[in-house]
Design a protein. Structure first.
Lengths: 299, 299
């Protein structure tokens, strides 16, 4: 079954201690949609400006991403510039130019409204609501978010939590949202805010699922070298969603399987700038690494 | 088969934001030996002073710990006092009174010298060497260490690494020892220093085994409340060593099984001050939590 991905479509200029890469294809929806594409049909909803390189459109197309919901607007594409320290857990934003994103309204084409799986990738909660308002009885809705929305759009986000099946967020955001230092307790508190499933991302330490079927502890794929972690979280949730939409097991089984696959797509994402590495891997590469990751947790 | 544990035997005064507990039974060897005792016969090598409470000797005995190697010296028992912050990953030492530990030489009784499994729990590397010098062809030697020894006894520690089968250390120590930020690479570098097996402890994020049979990623048991993490690392390595000595599989299998069991004993350790909770659990309690932990990694 297919997945609708709404989120940001951006150009990312990324500086690390070793290299500088201007205007890469980025944004939460780009990373997530490419990740979904390995597993399930995917439709992208977003907006780009008239400076958006044609080759990036082709890249989406090569991944079979349906672009009927991608708006081409007058103006400049959302541009983010950031710099990573030697310890890549620390980064700072250098520039944020919203461009056409500033007045973006994700109006869905008719063809998108009945998509069974909806991934509300990281974007303002108000826009996530707007997408849900247009959907016709989706089967499963997953929302991602970030600290920015906890800071400036908390009421919208809290309303959103009543409307989604699963919330994905990182550990520091889980702490911020609940005021609780212990991640296990924080996850439990988030259930009370709405979502049946809560997935806490912990970067190199893996991720934790809390749901009606119990807890699942998912390892990260151990990487010897991280080139650029930008988009790893979006790749994770994209891989997860693709597996959920294509899996034949129970939701619980598909989520667990999805987290492992998401962790692997995220590991590939970290091995190159922007989407450079992810777009060169095959489903077989992913499955090989999933097999390896499974063997690393087998007793 | 039985396990020889050498390390510190101490009185710990532990302050947390919620409570204060003076002169609890503590020390790396105490925590490790109690943890081993759930799985295998264990002999303790250490030293205590004449202020060492009789009830703590009884506690060792209740756990079937052979005390022939425990020296009773004139003077005061090693006393450590520490304080934890609200975030229990942060602690500071308030007092360290070495007492009888200052002139401790771990001279082994004859009965100890042929013990097949040797756990060099956290103690000065010079003393760890001294124990190994007396052992007669041990089957498997595991060493634990801490940042203090990296700072003040690095040459001794580096020599020790050539003599042990496995080194257990935490992630920040692995970084310090190798000068490498990435834990996966750090583990690989430690192999070159000697040990065939390297186990990196990551606290609430679990642990990582690197060895000839590949990598194993072991989750921590997710705890909702940590009362006192003192001794958790020692409990982990003790549980691990007990399983290794009692297991029937290959070293690799026993280590993986041991890490899971060690993680569970460590989780019990964190649920009470000092050894209070650990000494109240049964093997059945441990196995129940191991089953639960395994189910949390099953896809």
């Amino acid at each position: 079954m297919s997945v609708l991905v709404v989120g940001s479509t951006a150009l990312d200029s990324i500086k690390t201690p070793n290299a500088e890469n201007p205007r890469l294809l980025g944004g939460s929806a780009s990373h997530a949609a490419v990740a979904v594409s390995f597993f399930a049909p995917v439709r992208l909803v977003g907006v780009v400006g008239d400076d958006f390189p044609r080759r990036y459109v082709k890249l989406y197309e090569r991944h079979g991403i349906d672009l009927e919901g991608l708006q081409f607007a007058r103006g400049r594409t959302f541009h983010w510039a950031g710099e990573y320290e030697v310890n890549m857990n620390n980064r700072r934003t250098l520039t944020t130019e919203l461009g056409v994103f500033e007045h973006f309204t994700p109006t869905l084409p008719e063809s998108c409204k009945r998509t069974p799986f909806v991934l509300l990738a990281n974007i303002a909660p108000g826009l996530q609501h707007h997408v849900l308002d247009q959907m016709q009885r989706p089967k499963f809705v997953v929302a991602d978010t970030m600290d920015l929305w906890l800071n400036i759009a908390l009421p919208d986000l809290l309303r959103l939590l009543k409307r989604v099946d699963a919330l994905v967020l990182n550990d520091s955001e889980a702490r911020q949202l609940t005021g609780e230092d212990n991640v296990v307790v924080a996850a439990r508190r988030i259930h009370r805010l709405g979502p049946r499933y809560v997935i806490v991302k912990k970067g190199e330490h893996g991720s934790l699922l809390s749901g009606p079927g119990g807890r699942f502890v998912c390892p990260a794929y151990p990487l010897e070298k991280v080139v650029d972690p930008t988009g790893a979280g979006d790749s994770f949730v994209g891989g997860l969603m693709g597996c959920l939409a294509s899996g034949r097991g129970s939701v619980e089984q598909n989520l667990r399987r999805g987290m492992l696959h998401g962790a692997v797509v995220a590991s590939f994402c970290c091995e190159g700038f922007g989407l450079k590495r992810t777009t060169r891997v095959t489903r077989q590469d992913i499955e090989a690494r999933v097999t390896e990751l499974k063997s690393m947790t087998r007793v």
